[in-house]
Design a protein around this ligand. Structure first.
Ligand SMILES: [Zn+2]
Length: 561
């Protein structure tokens, strides 16, 4: 890899082109371009790096603390500001709403990203949060490139930075997941890059951002970056040293296709064909390594943080989520993934020190949601937990609607624990929506494992200030959301018996790390409760720029110098 980058650097110096176009050249052409933008704060970062670790529970900082090195998570924790009581303030706690809320400073009620997928009642079909048929893939012909942030309704902190600097800031989003790159980068970004697995193993984009990949990305992709990671995955340290996790062999984990047990070592080349080619790397620590490689390449090739106009690099490590889903919260595989991620973060910080200089950049690190411990494992420990069958619920509700109103079509869809009513059918049957909402609410409240139920009527007419009601209201978008919302009892999920998931209002899903480090940031720790929507206004305040236009959070003043 090193010789490749040396060669690339020479190429860069020789032809001095092939990066993303310098927007300021098209706007103005004077020497003021590199002058610092005046703001009220005295310490200004040249570069902000947002790091989202997908599915990182807060306790992964503490559970593996003794095994982390000094240069990764612990450098941020001990030399930056550690907010130990940071939470999501809405449900559902999924990847797309998570990334959207971190960067917009508000929750789905305003930013409109109410799930990864949701039933779109206006298009009358289930949609994916960043899918966009009006754009074309760039760097691939695969439809995985047809993505954009068009469904995101409010601005991001990255948008506001671009607006503030007349587009002179460089803003780039990078992730394995499209939504992990696109939603943080916002609408006005220079680029968002996400991973295309399958038989390609490369980073791609869409025509929303560019018509072709920059030369350095083309060269990066043509070096076949994924192949070097298609190797054995074994534990970083001796297996018997993984005392912060359960035993490697247990009944709560799911083995990849083609392997009998979810146990080390994993022979990735042998498993490749049955697990989607390079897509297999997503559910290994090497997906994080690929993201770190590509982020460092972007840093160098796009000369980020080199002048006094702040740039923004938004990185999201997704493999932690794939590993968590497959093996669960308590797995050796998960611990190993975090120990290796710690080293990737150290590598990234070292690259930032070399290029931008310690003290010239600001980092925040958080997660898009947490995860529940495997319910079958919790049950084995005598803890209340269980599984929920969505299909059974749908059948039950439709049967009841048929016997009461003679019409099972009143339910259009059940999606993300929300019942969407069919307004045309209601009209035909001359039924009031509120009446059916209330009836469904009674049925749901008495249904096994359903904990609480809220109707559209209640969410429209009341203002919930705390508790589950507030979390639901913050996640409820009046146009896009359904008509009856239910939450399950703690520890109950709708998922397979192996691995973990997330999405609830419980603390295991809402409690995530929040670390700040670097320029303009105090050193310290606080158990003061903060919310995910406070991150964007905190960074906006640091940069002296407008808050994202839907912001409902507040700057965390104790963090800022
Ligand atoms: Zn997930």
């Amino acid at each position: 890899m090193k010789s490749f980058w040396t060669a690339l650097l020479f190429t860069f110096l020789l032809i001095s082109c092939g990066t993303l176009p310098q927007k300021q050249e098209t706007l103005t052409n004077n020497s003021k371009n590199t002058q610092p933008f005046s703001t009220t704060n005295t310490v200004k970062p040249k570069l902000v790096v947002g790091i989202v670790v997908d599915q990182m529970r807060y306790d992964y900082l503490t559970r593996f603390y003794n095994r982390y090195g000094d240069g990764g998570f612990k450098r941020l924790m001990n030399h930056g500001f550690n907010l130990t009581n940071n939470h999501y303030n809405y449900v559902p706690t999924y990847t797309a709403p998570g990334h959207a809320s971190i960067y917009t400073g508000t929750s789905p009620m305003n930013n409109g990203i109410i799930g990864n997928n949701w039933f779109d009642k206006f298009e009358n079909k289930s949609i994916y949060n960043v899918s966009d048929d009006s754009v074309e893939p760039v760097g691939t012909t695969n439809a995985e490139g047809k993505m954009s942030p068009r469904r995101l309704l409010t601005t991001t902190v990255t948008d506001e930075l671009e607006l503030h600097t007349q587009g002179r800031s460089k803003v780039i989003g990078i992730s394995i997941k499209d939504r992990g790159a696109i939603l943080p980068a916002g609408h006005a970004a220079d680029a968002a890059y996400w991973y295309r697995g399958g038989d390609e193993g490369t980073f791609i984009s869409s025509t929303f951002y560019m018509n072709e990949l920059p030369q350095w990305v083309k060269e990066y992709n043509s070096s076949n970056p994924s192949q070097s990671y298609m190797k054995e995955w074994n534990t970083l340290y001796p297996l018997d040293s993984y005392l912060a996790s359960g035993t490697d062999l247990n009944e709560f984990e799911k083995a990849p296709r083609g392997k009998e047990t979810a146990t080390f070592p994993y022979d990735l080349p042998a498993l490749q064909d049955k697990n989607g080619g390079y897509s297999l790397l997503k559910a290994t620590p090497y997906g994080n390594s690929l993201v770190a490689d590509f982020a460092i390449a972007a840093l160098h090739n796009e000369q980020m943080g080199k002048d006094n106009i702040p740039d923004f690099l938004a990185i999201s490590f997704s493999s932690t989520d794939y590993v968590g889903h497959q093996y669960g919260v308590n797995a050796v595989e998960l611990e190993d993934t975090y120990l290796r991620l710690d080293l990737e973060i150290e590598r990234l910080l070292n690259a930032l020190d070399n290029q931008v200089g310690d003290g010239n950049y600001t980092i925040f690190l958080t997660a898009d949601h947490g995860a529940v411990n495997n319910p079958a494992y919790l049950q084995s420990q005598g803890i209340a937990a269980g599984y929920f069958e969505n299909d059974d619920l749908e059948k039950f509700l439709k049967e009841k609607l048929t016997s009461t109103y003679g019409n099972e079509l009143l339910i259009k869809k059940i999606s993300n624990s929300q019942v969407f009513l069919d307004y045309q059918e209601l009209e035909k049957a001359q039924l009031k929506s509120e009446e059916v909402q209330r009836y469904l609410s009674i049925l749901l409240t008495n249904y096994p494992s359903v904990d609480k139920v809220f109707t559209r009527e209640a969410l429209t007419n009341s203002n919930f200030t705390d508790g589950v009601g507030a979390l639901i209201q913050n996640g409820f978008h009046h146009k896009r959301s359904g008509d009856v919302v239910y939450v399950l009892e703690p520890g109950v999920i709708s998922y397979s018996r192996t691995g973990s998931t997330h999405g609830s209002s419980q603390s295991y899903d809402t409690h995530v790390p929040l670390l700040f480090y670097g320029a303009g940031i105090n050193k310290g720790t606080s158990a003061q409760r903060t919310h995910i929507i406070d991150i964007a206004p905190t960074i906006s305040n640091l940069l002296g720029i407008s808050f994202p236009n839907g912001t409902t959070g507040n700057p965390i003043l104790s963090v800022l110098k």
